[in-house]
Every structure is written in structure tokens, then in C-alpha cells.
Design a protein around this ligand. Structure first.
Ligand code: MLT
Length: 265
């Protein structure tokens, strides 16, 4: 087992409620879930949002943030909080971590929501791009990633009509620590292809994807949904990659519908 670090986290909602953990994407933080946290906590869920290693207020170890290490961090947090079983939701890189954790510890994951994410590994070309970006971030800072990702996070329409949202997303990315960004890039480049293992994930699963997501597009979401025996796919209209922030009501409603049968502790 890789060494786990103690993650920074927040908890909202009643202490006796059923538990859901929300794992953010790269290079973001738990702030990305603010809409879902408020709504699900109001429904009676105990909502736990960690900052993944190298992001937000969590430690930034100087080693690549592999999905195995990140899954071990989340499991350690669950152990610390005394959570034997929980619903797990992950967005993009958080989805890679959620898949890893669900495959390693299926008995602990009562339900799995995978949002704008994918099961396959990087192609050689994508991996080479990550290594080049990591070098670029070391030389020029996190703006390299923030500038490249913002147009993929939100549709052009949203960036035009809701500049304050675009500013918020860019600000969140700019706050990501440089080491954390580099190590996450290296960790994502090394992630395994989980497609051959999807059939083992027998818990109820929900797959969401923004209709205009070009980072983890609909065909990648279909692979996830078809690969897991108890999964359903919903497409979020008018959303690029960061659907939980671009279309928060639609993402929250989809989560709420899916979570209903899981709400008895
Ligand atoms: C993310 O949103 O977490 C990342 O874009 C995922 C990735 O680069 O594969």
C-alpha cells in the first residue's frame, strides 16, 4: 500500500446522515462542489469534500500523485472519519481516483458517480503532452495550465455570458500549488487502463457527461456506462468539461434522482 497523506476536507450536513464523498478534478479544489454540497446536505446527506493531495489546503508530497496514492489518501480520510461505507462521486481526475478506490475497496463503495471522466489510460501522445506540460509548469508556473484549460472547462457561451464564473474557475486553477500540478500531471500520465475491470464494479453507478465535453467526451462516458453492470448515463445539456459548475442545477438534480434509493443509511 502506498503511503497516504492526511487530506484537508470539509463536512456539511447532519452527522447521522448517509455519507457521500465528492472528489474534485485537476487542478481544482473542493470549492468546485459548492452547489452540490449545499443541496445534498439540505437533503440530509453528510457530504465530505476533500482537497486531493497537491491541491487546495492538502499536503503536497514531492512524488507523483498516482491514482493508487490518491485512492489511499481518500481511504485514509474515510478511516479517520470512521466511515466504513459511503457513496463516492468523482469529477474527471477525481473520477480516476474514485474508480481506483472502488476497484480496490468495492465493499466500501455503496454507489459510484463518475462525472466527466473516463476509464482508459492516456495514449502515448497524451502522456508525452502531460510530461511536456509538467516541464512547462515548472518553468512558467500554473498559468500555463489555467490558460489552456479554461476554454475546455466552460463553453464559449458561458464564458461570454457569465464572466464571473469564468473568473472563479480561473482563480481556483491559479491557486493550485505548482508542485501539486506537476505531480498530478505525472500521476495522471501513469494511470492504468481500467476498462478491463469495469464489470467488477457492481454497485449502483451514475455516469454524467457535459454535452460539449471535449476533455472526457460522451463516447468515453458510454464506455464507462456500458462497462459497469448497474450504471446509467445522463448527458448534461449546454455544458463543457466542468459540468458541476457550469450547469449546477442539472448535475445536482441528476445526482439527487440517483441518490434517492441510496439514502437509507
Ligand atoms: C481534470 O479535469 O481533472 C483533468 O482535465 C483530467 C485530465 O486531464 O485527464
Amino acid at each position: 500500500m502506498p503511503d497516504a497523506v492526511d487530506l484537508a476536507y470539509s463536512i456539511e450536513g447532519p452527522s447521522t446522515g448517509p455519507v457521500i464523498l465528492l472528489l474534485h478534478g485537476f487542478p481544482l479544489s473542493k470549492r468546485m462542489w459548492r452547489h452540490q454540497v449545499k443541496a445534498l446536505a439540505a437533503d440530509g446527506w453528510r457530504v465530505v469534500t476533500p482537497d486531493l493531495r497537491g491541491h487546495g489546503a492538502s499536503p503536497r508530497p514531492d512524488e507523483s500523485a498516482t491514482m493508487q496514492r490518491q485512492a489511499a489518501d481518500v481511504r485514509r480520510l474515510a478511516d479517520t472519519l470512521g466511515l466504513d461505507a459511503f457513496v463516492l462521486a468523482g469529477f474527471s481526475m477525481g473520477g480516476y481516483v474514485a474508480l481506483q478506490l472502488a476497484l480496490e475497496s468495492p465493499a466500501r463503495v455503496r454507489g459510484l458517480a463518475l462525472i466527466d471522466t473516463r476509464a482508459d489510460a492516456d495514449t502515448d501522445e497524451a502522456r508525452a503532452r502531460r510530461y511536456a506540460t509538467a516541464e512547462d509548469v515548472k518553468a512558467r508556473g500554473v498559468a500555463v495550465v489555467a490558460d489552456a484549460m479554461l476554454p475546455k472547462m466552460l463553453t464559449e457561451r458561458t464564458r461570454g455570458q457569465r464572466p464571473e464564473l469564468a473568473d472563479e474557475v480561473r482563480d481556483m486553477m491559479m491557486r493550485a500549488p505548482q508542485t501539486g500540478v506537476v505531480q498530478a500531471l505525472l500521476g495522471m500520465a501513469a494511470r492504468p487502463d481500467q476498462r478491463p475491470h469495469l464489470a467488477k464494479l457492481q454497485m449502483p453507478a451514475l455516469v454524467l457527461v457535459g454535452s460539449e465535453d471535449a476533455v472526457t467526451p460522451r463516447d468515453a462516458a458510454e464506455v464507462l456506462a456500458k462497462g459497469m453492470p448497474d450504471a446509467r448515463l445522463e448527458v448534461i445539456p449546454d455544458a463543457a468539461h466542468l459540468s458541476p459548475m457550469e450547469q449546477p442545477e442539472a448535475v445536482t438534480s441528476a445526482l439527487r434522482r440517483w441518490l434517492k434509493p441510496l439514502s437509507s443509511v
